[in-house]
Structures are given as structure tokens and as C-alpha cells.
Design a protein around this ligand. Structure first.
Ligand code: ADP
Ligand code: MG
Length: 257
């Protein structure tokens, strides 16, 4: 009976993925010739990214892998509009944003992109509920609507019972679940996760990964995930390998069409 149930669920998931794969997907993220240098004092500039070209389709689940120091976080910060490229063009939903003003970029970060960090980056002095509400507060959502949605999101990530707890009263995995709920608060189409399971044991990491799969499959989110784990990367649709600031490889993952 259990085996049958699993088979049906699997078939159902495959069906959903196949259906989405049939549709011509638009490009959500397009990076063209992205270079990034950091100024490290006269007369030196250190170039970290040397011309990155990446396309991510709407609803795609992509992972980025590479050794420590290869430029993954630098790249992710550019994709997440937290930083600007030194050269190259960045199109988000077909709109060029590398020349956008700071105000426009902060609106993009608030509305279009949900960011999940390895170290959670929750606000220590407020509880889980307020942490999830915060991006909605910035977006001008009224208090009652914010609280309702934050509770729904905490329920999705299995954290309803802990919504009154502050981050230091939560385990790493629980903090990351709150951080994912926060990333989802303004219903962004894109979720960026920079080593979200890097600080967690493998069982907890597994549960976090399952949440990303669900957001991808059931909510159609576009997800870009940086991970050190090749087995987690293999579960995504496409794996991009970065080395010394360049894309050196790309292959299909288990979830590919
Ligand atoms: N603000 C900065 N100033 C100077 N160098 C930096 C800065 N940020 C990152 N780097 C350097 O860029 C390289 C890539 O860093 P990072 O993108 O964090 O790599 P990864 O996430 O793949 O480990 C590293 O050598 C790092 O020291
Ligand atoms: Mg990094």
C-alpha cells in the first residue's frame, strides 16, 4: 500500500514536471559577459569573475557548484541585485537591470527575488513571525495581511508552532526554514540560495532541500542554488560548474526535462 502511494505521488510529480517542460519557457535570468573586479588598493584591481554567460529559464531549478573561492557568492550577489557587475549585462525577466538606480534595485530585491543565506541572516531581536513579516512591511503591506501571510508561510515550512520564538531559540534547520518563509513573503518568482544547507547536518539539509523541491514543483519558482554537495546538485535540473571565475561546465541533473 505504501509502495503504491509513493508510486502515485512520483507519477504525479513527473506529470507536473513534464507538463511544465512542454511549455516554451521564457528566460528569467540572463547574464552576458559578466565581469566583477574588486578594488584592493592602488594600483590593483582584482578581477574575480571573468566573463560569465548564464541563462536561467522561468521555473527552472539550477544549481551552481565550484570550489571555495571560485566566485559563486560574488556571482549570486550580482544575480540577487545585491551587487553590480563591473562589466557585462544582466537581464531580469527581459529587462536590463545592470544600469538600474539603487532605488529600482531595492524594489527588485524586495518583490522579485527571495534570498536564502548559509547563515540565515535573521534579525536576532524579533521572533520568527516578525522576521517573515519584515519584507512585507518594507513593501507596504498592511499589518493584518502581513501577519496572515507570514503565518501561512511558516505553516508551509512546518514552523507554525515556533512562530513566537526568537532565532537564538531555534535550531539551525528551524532558522533556515524561517529564512525560507521570509524569502517567500512577497511571493517572488525567483529564489536564490547561497549554500543554504552548508551549516546543517545532512538530515536537516535533506529536509531543507525538500522544501526547495516543493517550491519548484508546486509553486513554479525559479531557483538558483549554490551547494557544495554534488548529490544535492544532482537533484536539480541543471548543474553549472564555476572555476576561477569562469563557467567551465554544464550538465543536466536528475530533475531535467
Ligand atoms: N569585497 C571583496 N574584495 C576583495 N576580494 C573579494 C571580495 N569578495 C570576494 N572576494 C574574493 O573573491 C573570490 C571569490 O569569492 P566568493 O565569490 O566568495 O567565492 P565562493 O563563494 O565561490 O567561495 C575570493 O578569492 C574572495 O577572496
Ligand atoms: Mg560562497
Amino acid at each position: 500500500m505504501e509502495a503504491l502511494r509513493v508510486a502515485v505521488v512520483k507519477e504525479c510529480n513527473c506529470f507536473r514536471v513534464e507538463r511544465r517542460c512542454d511549455i516554451m519557457r521564457k528566460t528569467a535570468i540572463k547574464l552576458q559577459g559578466i565581469r566583477k573586479s574588486f578594488y584592493i588598493g592602488q594600483p590593483n584591481e582584482l578581477e574575480i569573475l571573468h566573463g560569465i554567460n548564464i541563462d536561467v529559464k522561468e521555473g527552472e531549478f539550477v544549481s551552481i557548484v565550484g570550489e571555495s573561492g571560485s566566485g559563486k557568492s560574488t556571482l549570486m550577489n550580482i544575480i540577487g541585485a545585491l551587487d553590480r557587475p563591473t562589466q557585462g549585462e544582466y537581464f531580469l525577466d527581459g529587462k536590463k537591470i545592470n544600469g538600474a538606480k539603487d532605488r529600482e534595485l531595492s524594489v527588485i530585491r524586495n518583490k522579485k527575488i527571495g534570498f536564502v543565506f548559509q547563515t540565515y541572516n535573521l534579525i536576532a531581536r524579533t521572533n520568527a513571525l516578525s522576521n517573515v513579516e519584515l519584507p512585507m512591511l518594507y513593501a507596504g503591506i498592511p499589518k493584518n495581511k502581513r501577519a496572515k501571510r507570514a503565518k501561512e508561510l511558516l505553516d508551509i515550512v512546518g514552523m507554525s508552532e515556533r512562530m513566537d520564538h526568537k532565532p537564538d531559540e531555534l535550531s539551525g534547520g528551524q532558522k533556515q526554514r524561517v529564512a525560507i518563509a521570509r524569502a517567500m513573503s512577497n511571493n517572488p518568482s525567483i529564489i536564490l540560495a547561497d549554500e543554504p544547507t552548508g551549516a546543517l547536518d545532512s538530515d536537516t539539509g535533506r529536509k531543507i532541500m525538500d522544501i526547495f523541491h516543493r517550491l519548484h514543483r508546486e509553486n513554479g519558482k525559479t531557483i538558483v542554488l549554490i551547494t557544495h554537495s554534488s548529490s544535492l546538485a544532482n537533484e536539480t535540473e541543471r548543474i553549472i560548474t564555476l572555476k576561477d571565475g569562469l563557467v567551465i561546465g554544464e550538465r543536466k541533473g536528475e530533475a531535467s526535462c
